[in-house]
Design a protein around this ligand. Structure first.
Ligand code: PEP
Length: 263
């Protein structure tokens, strides 16, 4: 079993005080979790405050986006170096909301991945199909295209620094989760693509999160699937109780699977 990674994408939510309260609660409740990687991705405006609170804790910081240039006249943008400077270890790239509202293409996603890797940030790269594409039977083609284009020219060594998040767009913020079987089918396909492009070893090592209406009551059945290595969580990461429960349930599952193996 690969170590699960649970990341909270706060999107455009939380004032400074709200962010401080939320992350303090997470720190208090999750301090003893070691078998799950925990990440929070607050908006840029509160990265600094959150960073100070989680310093030296088991919670890592991530940005929600990054620009591909190092610096310059790019009003409103934030560079990988700036994210690193404020304490980020991760950055979400290619979220479907960025693809939809800000016209991000697979080519842009590729440029952002490279910029993040240069600063040793770990990109969490989102891929996934729309409802229309799924209904038209194009899911595998879409995901394959996103992988081939977005990861183009990355060496295996570079590629292995990434986290992939499979997020069917129709399941994001809709309350409609993919069934574990639906998610596993695509995640297994993604892993097979990785094996074809790179190697079996790379396919085995890479962590693939599922994202789309993950909640405390569906996390266990999802991460029990062999190709689902954690979750990218939107709505349920905005309340301490639900995010804590998602992380704790993941942790308990890892513990029980490890002890089963030892028997
Ligand atoms: C997301 O924003 O990546 C996401 C999966 O959101 P939600 O959990 O709210 O569906």
């Amino acid at each position: 079993m690969r170590k699960p990674i649970i990341a909270g994408n706060w999107k455009m939510h939380k004032t400074t005080l709200e962010a401080i309260n939320l992350v303090n609660a997470l720190k208090r409740e999750l301090y003893n979790i070691e078998n799950v990687d925990i990440v929070v991705c607050p908006p840029f405006t509160v990265l600094n405050e959150v960073s100070e609170i989680i310093q030296d804790s088991n919670i890592a910081l991530g940005g929600q986006d990054v620009f591909w240039e190092k610096e310059g006249a790019f009003t409103g943008e934030v560079s990988a170096r700036m994210l690193k400077d404020v304490g980020c270890r991760y950055v979400i790239i290619g979220h479907s909301e960025r693809r939809k509202y800000f016209g991000e293409t697979d080519e842009i996603v590729g440029k952002k991945i490279r910029a993040a890797l240069k600063e040793e940030l770990i990109p969490i790269v989102c891929i996934g199909e729309s409802l229309k594409q799924r209904e038209e039977g194009k899911t595998f083609d879409i995901v394959k295209g996103q992988i081939r284009q977005g990861f183009k020219d990355l060496s295996e060594e570079e590629f292995l620094k990434l986290i992939i998040a499979y997020e069917p767009i129709w399941a994001i913020g809709t309350g409609r989760t993919a069934t574990p079987g639906e998610a596993e089918e695509v995640q297994g396909f993604i892993r097979q693509q990785i094996a074809d492009i790179y190697s079996e070893e790379a396919a085995n090592l890479i962590r693939i999160q599922y994202g789309g209406s993950v909640k405390p009551d569906n996390i266990e059945e999802l991460i029990r699937e062999k190709d689902i290595d954690g979750a990218l969580v939107g709505g349920a990461s905005l309340e301490a109780d639900s995010f804590v429960e998602i992380v704790k349930k993941s942790s308990a599952l890892v513990r029980s699977e490890t002890s089963d193996k030892q028997k």
